[in-house]
Design a protein. Structure first.
Length: 131
């Protein structure tokens, strides 16, 4: 069974689910392989830093309210007004992120792990598309 991939012409990944899971398991269990990926990412950033900075600047210019809300959360965490919880409502304690339901209320956030955050955005995008 192949997973969906909207970037491919046929809409499917090129590797089946079981092979993908096996590859991911090997990746997680071998720190030297993980480090190779990190080195590749650092090299990409080094080689493309001007492009990456330009994209970030453009994103900020296109989404001023969103960036303002994100900056307000960052400042509030630093000065102690907001405290990032130790875990998500699902129980995970990895990569806890702030989610804004309304950017006009920058300090009114839901704290979610990255998996729950992506799942929520997936649901929001699906609901938006459906109408």
């Amino acid at each position: 069974m192949f997973q969906k991939d909207s970037t491919k012409k046929d809409g499917l990944k090129t590797v089946c689910r079981s092979c993908s899971n096996k590859r991911d398991r090997i990746y997680r269990e071998q720190p030297e392989i993980k480090e190779l990926g990190r080195e590749r990412a650092r090299g990409y950033y080094h080689d493309n830093s001007d492009y990456i900075k330009l994209k970030r600047k453009l994103y900020s210019e296109l989404n001023p309210l969103k960036r303002y809300a994100q900056k307000q959360v960052e400042k509030a965490i630093i000065n102690g007004t907001l405290v990032r919880p130790l875990e998500c409502r699902c129980g995970s304690n990895e990569n806890i992120q702030a989610h804004h339901d309304d950017y006009n209320a920058p300090l009114d956030v839901r704290w979610l792990c990255s998996k729950c955050h992506m799942r929520l955005h997936g649901e929001l995008n699906t609901n938006t598309i459906k109408g």
